[in-house]
Design a protein around this ligand. Structure first.
Ligand code: ATP
Length: 286
C-alpha cells in the first residue's frame, strides 16, 4: 500500500504572453503549493483494471476523473498486468483554480511508480503527465516554480518567506476553458512583473513579492463574478499584504504576516457569506 498527498497550488503571479496558432496560451506564472491537500491510498489488486473510490466529493469515479486517467495511462505505458485500487479523499475545492485534479493525477503517477516499483524518473513522469494536463508536470514536484510554455517548462525558485494565508472559494464553479476562451491575450493593458517577483523570492523580500502579485485572468473572471473583487478588498481591509485570484478562479487568496489578522479575515469572509469554503493555511514548502 502507498499513501500520497496531492497538494493544491496558488499562482503568486500569472501572465499570458500570447495565444499560439495551435490555440494554446503561452503562460509565465509563479506556482506555489499550499498546505491544503487531497489524500490518496493506492493498493495492488489481482484483477487488472482500475477501481477508484472517492470520499468527500460528488465527483464521478470513472474514466473522466483525472486520477483514473493517470492510472490508466501509466498502466498502459508500463503494460501492467495487475490492477490498482485507489481511494481519493477530496479536500481541495473543485473547479477552483487550485489545480486539484492535476494534483490528484500527479499523486497517482508518483504513487503507482512506487507501488509497482516501476523506476520511472521524475522527468519520465512529467512527460507522461503533460499529455493529460499542462499543470501536471508542476504537480509532480510542487514547491515554488516558474512555469512557462503551456506550463510544462519549469524552473525551481526560492520559496517565499513563511506567511499566513486565507484561501477562499466562493460557491461558483468557473471553467478554465471559459476563462481562457474569453481572454483577449493581445489586448492586455497590464502584465505582472514575473521576473521581478522571481528576484524578490530570491532575496526573501516579502514586500517585493506581494507588490508584484498580479493575474491577467482576473480581467475575464472578475467581470463575470464581482464577488472576486469583494473578497480581495475584504482581505486587504483585514490586514492582508495583498490578495489575488488564483489560476482561472474563482478562489482568492490573501497573504498575511499576522496570524491573528488572517483568522479575523477568514471569519469576516465567512460571516459575510462571501465564500462557502475558507481555509487559514500556509505555503507548503517541499
Ligand atoms: P486548474 O487550476 O488546473 O484550472 P481547477 O482547480 O480549476 O484546475 P479542478 O478542480 O482540477 O479545476 O477540476 C476541473 C474539472 O475537472 C472539474 O470540473 C472536474 O469535474 C474535473 N475533474 C476530473 N478529475 C478530477 C479530480 N480528481 N479532482 C477534481 N476535479 C476533477
Amino acid at each position: 500500500m502507498v499513501k500520497e498527498r496531492a497538494y493544491a497550488k496558488i499562482n503568486l503571479g500569472l501572465d499570458v504572453l500570447r495565444k499560439r496558432p495551435d490555440g494554446y496560451h503561452e503562460v509565465k506564472m509563479i506556482m506555489q503549493t499550499v498546505d491544503i491537500c487531497d489524500e490518496l491510498t493506492l493498493e495492488k489488486r489481482e484483477e487488472p483494471g482500475i477501481a477508484l473510490r472517492i470520499e468527500g466529493a460528488g465527483l464521478p469515479a470513472d474514466e473522466t476523473n483525472l486520477a483514473y486517467r493517470a492510472a490508466a495511462l501509466l498502466a498502459e505505458e508500463k503494460e501492467l498486468r495487475e490492477g490498482v485500487s485507489i481511494t481519493l479523499k477530496k479536500r481541495i475545492p473543485i473547479a477552483a483554480g487550485m489545480a486539484g485534479g492535476s494534483a490528484d493525477a500527479a499523486a497517482v503517477l508518483r504513487g503507482m511508480n512506487a507501488l509497482f516499483g516501476l523506476g520511472c524518473s521524475v522527468e519520465e513522469l512529467k512527460k507522461l503527465g503533460v499529455t493529460l494536463g499542462a499543470d501536471i508536470p508542476y504537480c509532480i514536484e510542487g514547491g515554488t516554480m516558474l512555469s512557462e510554455g503551456i506550463g510544462e517548462i519549469l524552473t525551481p525558485l526560492s520559496p517565499p518567506p513563511p506567511c499566513h494565508l486565507v484561501v477562499a472559494k466562493p460557491d461558483i464553479d468557473v471553467s478554465t476553458a471559459f476563462v481562457y476562451g474569453h481572454l483577449q491575450a493581445d489586448k492586455l493593458a497590464f502584465h505582472p512583473d514575473i521576473d521581478g517577483m522571481a528576484a524578490a523570492l530570491f532575496r526573501g523580500d516579502l514586500k517585493g513579492i506581494t507588490d508584484r502579485m498580479g493575474n491577467v485572468l482576473e480581467t475575464v473572471t472578475e467581470r463575470e463574478y464581482p464577488v472576486i473583487c469583494r473578497l480581495k478588498q475584504r482581505m486587504c481591509e483585514t490586514g492582508a499584504e495583498n490578495a489575488l485570484m488564483s489560476g482561472s478562479g474563482p478562489t482568492v487568496f490573501g497573504i498575511y504576516t499576522d496570524p491573528q489578522k488572517a483568522k479575523e479575515g477568514a471569519l469576516a469572509i465567512e460571516e459575510e457569506h462571501l465564500a462557502g469554503t475558507v481555509f487559514v493555511t500556509e505555503f507548503y514548502v517541499v
